[in-house]
Design a protein around this ligand. Structure first.
Ligand code: SF4
Ligand code: SF4
Length: 584
């Protein structure tokens, strides 16, 4: 059994995800205080006893497009005549969450952006204070809004907070405000009042929002980048179109040239970041995997228990819709294929299904799953996320499964939140809750199921990276370690900064490329320090980010998913399959 690690929650601790299984519904347990015996004091005046003073003003700052800087800013409350708290926080839930913060500072050392910049306003406590001010009717400046956008949403502060402050709800609301304020007419000389007038219009996700936004609009460039990301990443067929150009860039060595500052500085930083984190050919092969040939059992065995579904023509590289259990059937599980996972890491989906089948699960992989909406949800595009969620709920309802196994931490976290996302939709609330209750991370599901397949030795040392949406959002840290340690010959090396975000964080490494690169480099250095043979993570974004950062450090350490390690052990593969430098 893996030991409890400082900075990480216990799997048995109750998670702050309201949509999680009954085991994951309470406030987070306090972080072990010995790690933080002396939390940082608020960055306010020495005699400060209350909330920290925010470093930047929440008044609109002069800047591009703010021609009427001398005009006094109106607060939202003044401009609309309505109480802000009732517009932004109709149930009072956000105000209550802000009020729960006792400003103790225990969360500060755990926060990656506070670690990077040491700024109070880039800490959870500072952001909570800022959000409280916005709820009170303040209008944020661009600078203040940036402190919100710089948050990774990694939820390390949830784990660290002894008071159970629901920071996830606060940052989720703030992100939705940021999307609401994305109007087409900023950058055109409008003043702070225009920010207020624009608020309450169309949200960034295309939905109509009733509430005004207290945040100023993002820059036109930022909005364009986000629009491009959200027009591509949730759609695997569109994402596949990027694979060819990315491979061409890698073949010609263009991506390597990015290491030279001159080329990187000529490219838009977001494009340079995308090229940097694109999967290396050695890490993942985007070529469609011949899945049917990987499952001899799927061809050999008829359908012993369940009548066969009418077969549909299957596109090359698409998984079969049903993989029978090996031996006695123990469960019928649905499998999410994911967007990034199926395009950049098809071999992880192959390994996941094969491991599940080997453990006695009949695996159903419904076609037409679409995106789960994780990227949208975590970026505050709630209406867009709700659309994806409804489609996925319908798809898995039709499949009729006992559980839905997810091998991507961000996707699993979002699906466990469907219950909350659709809570006010009378048609969908119960269906969303039913789906959320069935969702389990790959490691969580296997640990609960118990082993059936034989484990063969793998004499390697593995560094396990906790994806934030697994460790902090879903509170799963022990299960993947226990599964790894159950493999004979395998040893674990803990990463020194365990529990700290690698900088991937959904689309963060594309919209905040410098901060993400700095965090990635720190993480890669910490991973390298372990001297492990292999890095294992349960999230495709983390795998891309850390593999890219390890390449910058010229580390040859390969990166794999837990499913690939288990699959190699089940199939008695030599260690060299996972770690090419290993003999055999
Ligand atoms: S979510 Fe992560 S980056 Fe954001 S405030 Fe919390 S710890 Fe800091
Ligand atoms: S969020 Fe929690 S840990 Fe951080 S300052 Fe507030 S009460 Fe303390």
């Amino acid at each position: 059994m893996a030991e409890q690690l400082p900075g990480l929650p216990d799997d048995t601790a109750r998670a702050p995800q309201p949509a999680a299984s009954p085991d994951h519904t309470g406030p987070p347990e306090p972080a072990a205080s010995p790690d933080h015996p002396s939390p940082p004091e608020p960055a306010a005046s020495p005699d400060h006893t209350g909330p920290p003073e925010p470093a930047p003003s929440t008044e609109p700052a002069p800047g591009p497009g703010r021609a009427r800087a001398s005009e006094p800013a109106l607060s939202l409350e003044e401009a609309t005549g309505l109480r802000i708290s009732s517009q932004l926080d109709p149930t009072g839930e956000l105000r209550e969450a802000v009020g729960d913060c006792v400003h103790c500072g225990f969360c500060l050392p755990a926060c990656p952006t506070y670690q990077l910049w040491g700024e109070e306003m880039d800490s959870p406590r500072g952001r909570i204070h800022l959000i409280g001010q916005l709820l009170d009717g303040a209008s944020a400046s661009q600078a203040a809004a940036q402190h919100i956008d710089r948050c990774l949403g990694c939820m390390a502060c949830l784990t660290a907070c002894p008071s159970g402050v629901r920071y996830d709800r606060l940052i989720g609301a703030a992100r939705s405000w940021a999307n609401q304020s994305a109007g087409p007419e900023d950058d055109q000389g409008a003043g702070p009042r225009a920010d207020i007038r624009r608020s309450g219009g169309q949200a960034g996700d295309g939905s109509q929002e009733a509430s005004p936004s207290p945040l100023p609009p993002r820059s036109r460039r930022d909005r364009l980048v986000r629009a491009a990301i959200f027009a591509t990443f949730p759609y695997p067929d569109r994402l596949r179109l990027l694979v060819g150009p990315l491979r061409a860039a890698q073949r010609t060595g263009l991506d390597r040239l990015l290491d030279h500052d001159t080329l990187a500085s000529r490219l838009p930083p977001e494009l340079a970041a995308a090229l940097r984190v694109a999967p290396r050919l050695a890490v993942a092969t985007p070529t469609p995997v011949k899945l049917a040939s990987r499952w001899p059992a799927a061809r050999r065995e008829p359908t012993p228990i369940r009548p066969p579904r009418p077969s549909k023509p299957r596109r090359a590289g698409r998984p079969p819709e049903r993989i029978p259990a090996r031996g006695t059937r123990r469960a019928v599980v649905g499998m999410l294929t994911g967007c990034v996972q199926q395009v950049f890491f098809p071999q992880v989906n192959v390994a996941t299904a094969r491991v599940l089948a080997a453990e006695g699960c009949e695996v159903l992989i419904p076609a037409g799953q679409g995106c789960c909406g994780a990227l949208s949800l975590h970026d505050g595009r709630r209406a867009e996320a709700a659309g994806f969620a409804r489609r996925l709920i319908e798809t898995f309802e039709r499949a009729g499964v006992d559980a839905i196994v997810v091998n991507s931490a961000g996707c699993g976290s979002a699906m466990k939140e469907y219950q909350e996302l659709l809570a006010t939709d009378s048609e969908w609330a119960d269906r969303a809750a039913a789906l959320s209750a069935k969702v389990a991370d790959f490691s969580e599901f296997l640990a609960a199921l118990g082993p059936a397949a034989a484990r063969h030795p793998l004499p390697i040392t593995v560094a396990y990276h906790d994806a934030c949406h697994l460790a902090h959002a879903q509170r799963i840290t022990r299960a993947p370690r226990d599964l790894l340690l159950a493999i004979p010959g395998l040893s674990l090396a803990e990463i020194p900064d365990v529990g700290t975000c690698c900088g991937s964080a959904g689309i963060y490494n594309l919209v905040q490329p410098q901060a993400a690169a700095d965090l990635g480099e720190r993480k890669a250095a910490a991973v390298r320090e372990t001297g492990a043979d292999l890095l294992v993570s349960g999230n495709p974004g983390c795998a891309l980010q850390i593999a890219s950062a390890l390449a910058v450090l010229e580390s040859p350490m390969p990166v794999a998913h837990l499913a690939e390690v288990l699959d190699a052990s089940f199939r008695a593969h030599p260690a060299s399959r996972l770690v090419p430098s290993k003999p055999g």
